[in-house]
Ligand binder design. Structure first.
Ligand code: NAD
Length: 367
């Protein structure tokens, strides 16, 4: 999350919106406020060349509005590249609601937020994210059609996390193929950080394949439950980043590959679900490359969720979503090959491929 990367003091020196560190030629930034419900939200529309800007709504107790703004700018940009590289006809957008989802969120607030989304006439389509849920999306659906991730009973695609986990698993296998010459994970030591919705399903795939699974989570009860269910080992070392494992799978929070951790990493592969795993794409991508650590770009391998909700828009079925998600394996391998051939980082290779698709579409539309 950007809050961990850009500190408030740095932000105040910049111009309020277009001068923010995370501003990246975003098309539209919408500030939403409603006194009665206490709603304070920002919708970031990064790019709509490939289609409407789809991305979830995050509700978080940001320390201040600058952090919220930078988070939405960074996350919405990430969505542009995630959809582009996944071959979806979607642009990139994201929304943040400032507040504690456990204390401040009300149905009235969600309904009001739905009105703001509706006012954008489909240019932005929302979904759930950290701090928002399927029932929240159902409330928004009563106000506007521009929402995905609603309940299956209401015609939605349901919880996207299992599909995300399948994509991460595919990306991890492709990374293993590149690094170890085999995509078989039996006997491989995998550290999964975060045993939540995505982490748990990923662990189930790893367990089925016979991987040696180490897990860590700040939620002790969930960690114990997952350990017992899948025969995973709770990591007992002092420092998870220097754990002697083959694969590190960040499935909790972003920016865990940073100045502080990167030199301690012993894993040979990094492949996980968390968004924005590299605190700095260029700097940390390069160091990973120099250290010979194969990094499967997060926005490529965690795209299963967006592929799944895209089905709600275009109307394809679960089997097609899974087929497209399975294809993450091939795209990840392509990225490793391209990066190696050109001496660039995998992050750069993936960004270039995504940008190429956007540029091509722009050229076609200009004809
Ligand atoms: P989740 O909230 O269900 O699970 C996250 C888990 O991480 C929780 O169990 C939490 O206790 C744990 N955690 C938090 N801080 C931690 C820490 N410092 N160390 C160890 N564990 C910690 O979230 P999720 O839906 O499983 O998503 C996991 C990650 O993947 C998030 O970063 C999310 O943004 C990203 N992601 C999720 C999806 C999806 O479909 N759910 C899609 C794309 C990306």
């Amino acid at each position: 999350m950007i809050a961990e990367v850009v500190k408030a003091n740095d932000l105040i020196k910049s111009d309020p919106v277009f001068g923010q560190p995370s501003f990246n030629d975003h098309e539209q930034i919408v500030f939403c406020h409603d006194k009665d419900t206490g709603l304070k939200a920002i919708i970031g529309i990064h790019n709509t060349v490939l289609g409407p800007a789809l991305g979830g709504t995050r509700m978080w107790s940001y320390a201040n509005e600058w952090e919220a703004l930078n988070d939405v700018l960074r996350l919405s940009r990430g969505m542009t590249y995630k959809s582009a590289i996944s071959g979806l006809n979607l642009g990139g957008g994201k929304a943040v609601i400032i507040g504690d989802s456990k204390k401040d969120k009300t149905p009235a607030m969600m309904a009001k937020f739905g009105e703001f989304i509706h006012s954008l006439s489909g240019k932005y389509i929302t979904a759930e994210d950290v701090g928002t849920t399927t029932p929240d999306m159902d409330i928004i659906r009563d106000i506007t059609p521009h929402v995905t991730g609603i309940s299956e009973s209401k015609g939605g695609s349901g919880n996207p996390s299992p599909v995300t986990a399948y994509g991460v698993y595919m990306g991890m296998k492709a990374a293993a193929m590149h690094r170890f010459g085999t995509d078989k994970l039996d006997g491989k030591k995998v550290l999964v950080q975060g045993t939540g919705h995505v982490g748990e399903t990923l662990i189930s795939y790893l367990a089925k394949e016979g991987a040696h699974i180490e897990i860590t989570d700040i939620n002790e009860a969930k960690m114990q439950e997952v350990a017992a269910k899948y025969g995973a080992h709770i990591y007992t070392g002092k420092d998870i980043y220097s754990a002697d494992v083959d694969i590190y799978a960040p499935c909790a929070l972003g920016a865990t590959v940073n100045d502080d951790t990167i030199q301690r990493l012993k894993a040979k592969v990094i492949a996980g679900a968390a968004n924005n795993q590299l605190a700095n794409d260029e700097v940390h991508g390069k160091i990973l490359q120099e250290k010979g650590i194969s990094y499967a770009p997060d926005f490529l391998i965690n795209a299963g969720g967006i592929i799944n909700v895209y089905a709600e828009i275009v109307g394809y079925d679960k089997a097609e979503s899974m087929r497209r998600t399975e294809n993450i394996y091939n795209t990840t391998l392509e990225i490793f090959t391209h990066a190696e051939a050109n001496g660039i980082t995998t992050q750069k290779a993936a960004m270039t491929l995504a940008q190429q698709r956007i540029d091509d579409r722009k050229k076609e539309s200009a004809k």
